[in-house]
Design a protein around this ligand. Sequence first.
Ligand SMILES: [Zn+2]
Length: 493
Amino acid sequence: MLLAVLTFLSCSNNSHKLRIVTLGISHESNTFATTFSRESEFIVSRGDDVLKGQLWADYLKNEGIEVIPTLHAGGWPGGVVERSAYEHFRKEILDGIRKAGRIDGIYMDMHGALHVEDYEDAQASLIKEIREIVGPDVLISGSFDLHGNPSDEFVRQIDILTAYRTAPHRDGDETRLRAVTLLCDALKDHLKPSIESVTIPILVPGEKSITEVLPLKDLYSKLPDISKAGGMMDASIFAGYCWADLPRSAMRVFVVARDKKYSSRAKDYAVDLAQQIWDARDKMVLDVPAGPIEEMINKASESGNKTVFISDSGDNTTAGAPGDNTQVLAALLEQGCKNALVAGIVDSEALNTCIGTGIGKSTRINLGGKVDSTFCEQVEIEVRVLFLSPDSIMETDRGLAVVETDGVKTVILKTRRSFTEKKDFREAGLNPMDFNIVVVKLGYLFPELRDMAQVHLMALTSGFCNLDIASLPYTRVQRPSYPIDREMTWNAE
Ligand SMILES: [Zn+2]
């Protein structure tokens, strides 16, 4: 009890109860995608709903801090966000901050790769508007996905920032908790933290910057020690988001010092780490066998009875692709594969045909290739309908059908999403381990699938998330950038 009272007093700044406003707009915006991300595609929470089941919110509550949540919006990665969606979110957040009265801190729950129609840098303009309301003294702390691309302009306005240290991501809750813990510590100790950073001219896809394998495994393992070093608060490596053709797309190191007087030390850590990342650039490679679709299907066929996951990497819906590319399905049918599953293809029109047909019956459909007509064609096939979501689910965005053609099962989805966990397959009445080949619209496998896959292969399909970075039609990224300008030289400073 005594400890609890002391903690309460320390975090209550002795004179008044600390008040923290929270907000969030999280989106990974693929500027190569041909469709916009719309407001209806975001999950929005407000008020007490924001705080439910959140470790960071429980922490603040236990510390006796008054939390004033505004709006938290999170969308599945997709095309650039529609201007009206962003402006609705922004208005609600700014109104919430204005109404909050006296506050001590702000917590921003962000992804970091948000890009909005007609805005050069919506994240920077949002935080500038927040500063205009709260002034320079209110501390702002933010948590980010390491695939974010926060700009200099944005970072100039924030006091503390921290990012995931794992990809595939296993530490989202931990990172958010760290952002609010650091904020609370800074308020308690009356700190004015200072952020030092080094931008590294590297464009790297998530599939080549996995933190569970070298070289990034070693480099990320240095972050906790730097964070604990004298005068330091936190350190982050942003792998960045390469499917955004924007000047701010790059890898980046951030080190947060407790105070300006430790800035040069923080800068030294950032420069040292950035140089090590640059020196390891050609070691950031795929951690699984990769190649053209046909080659990957042949390789999978040679794996005996093992369940082989094949990533349709060019149509990775977790990185913003449309999810209706048909290249892999067409190749499976062409090569006469049996006992294969494609999870899944987005096509609400084909789904409606399957609903009209009914379970156990057959129909002819033109599947996929409707949004992504750039990299693939519709596949005209005769399918037998094996499964339809119950009516209550079919009415929602999660409606789906499972169909079969010549031993290849395909999940037809109503809306764009990915199969990243076992429960996604269960919803379709499927167990991935029953198949020899499971095709997913991912790049790297998310933790549950990564842990269960007996073999993982990366099909280098063409699409809006092409893994061949140098072949993308970039016009706005900083040049030179590796690997577009493969022979460039660079030194961290
Ligand atoms: Zn990410």
